[in-house]
Design a binder for this molecule. Sequence first.
Ligand SMILES: Cc1ncc(COP(=O)(O)O)c(C=O)c1O
Length: 385
Amino acid sequence: MLAAKRTSTFTESVIREMTRIANQHEAINLAQGFPDFPMPEPMKEAACAAINGDINQYAITWGSTALRLAIAEKYRRWYGMDVDADREVTVTCGATEAMASVFLALVDPGDEVIVLEPFYENYGPDAILAGASPVFVPLERPNWTLDTARLRKAFTKRTKAIIVNTPHNPTGRVLTTEEMGLIAELCERYGAWVVTDEIYEHIRYAGDHIVMATTPGMRERTITISGLSKTFSCTGWRLGYAIAPAEQTAAIRKVHDFLTVGAPAPLQVAGAVGMHFDADYFNHLAMDYRGRRTVLVDALKAAGFEFSVPDGAYYILADFSKLSNRDDVEFAKWMTKEVGVATVPGSSFYHERALGRKLVRFAFCKKLETLRRAAARLETLTEHL
Ligand SMILES: Cc1ncc(COP(=O)(O)O)c(C=O)c1O
């Protein structure tokens, strides 16, 4: 029996394939965006205490009261944003499920959804699951600036939403006040939603994090998505959330209920502990990432890659044209086997794969010692060419 047509364009994640090859060749895995260092101790202890304390049954489907209150409190503290924990927050199984639930709840077949390109590879399948058509607008090299003329052209009366991911995976761009202002203006003019993906909000080296929902006039047309995976280095916990006006939250909660029933109850207890951490924790997170960024930036420059230094998130999307005539997939596989450093081929981040043919993405969410070992291997890259 054949699989449903909607799955026919889904490919197995190239990132996972690269991880498999990396394991085979004992390469250092700078492909996948998960940390190789531990998450905060107090959260681990809270999770164990919750399990031992028998918080092991379904939580409220849209999230435990404690976690929703902690999320609302954090938005007030960090962004001066009023969030109603009872009516505006849905806790999900990661930002990934939040995005899928939001799409299924708010987007109809035939609607258009604008996606900035290159993009995090889940957005395309999310759009397809909802029957929507993605419309791509480029971030232009060398500095991945938003092509504002193309953005203006992309908006039509069929535009239902735009996905705004800042800080951005895979480029490291942090969108400016002007860029966010233009997106807001166009969404107001065309009656479109902004769906943000703010999963890297606390991993920034330059520029302010602008929460679209706090931009004047945008609270009522913004769905704010974020999660705990990156901020608390716990990608395996699968905790994320969507903040939306009450009416849209009601729809998102229904989809979320049918998809997953709820996020893991004991981990939600521990998630609330993290959301209450003071500013020190969040500032240190960014400082530690700055150190990791320096190691990888220096290594890639010395090896002959060309790239713009990321202002946020923990990736570098680098051009290898000066190093090899191979395409991105061949180059990434070659580098994994010969040099022992795994990356993600750039074409994974483009709908027209040719646009990423000379790019590979490095992730630096790794211990300094891991990155230093990778740097030592990258020093030998030209000898292998
Ligand atoms: C832009 C972006 N959004 C979402 C996710 C996944 O988040 P979660 O672990 O909360 O599902 C990632 C993970 O790499 C990401 O890069």
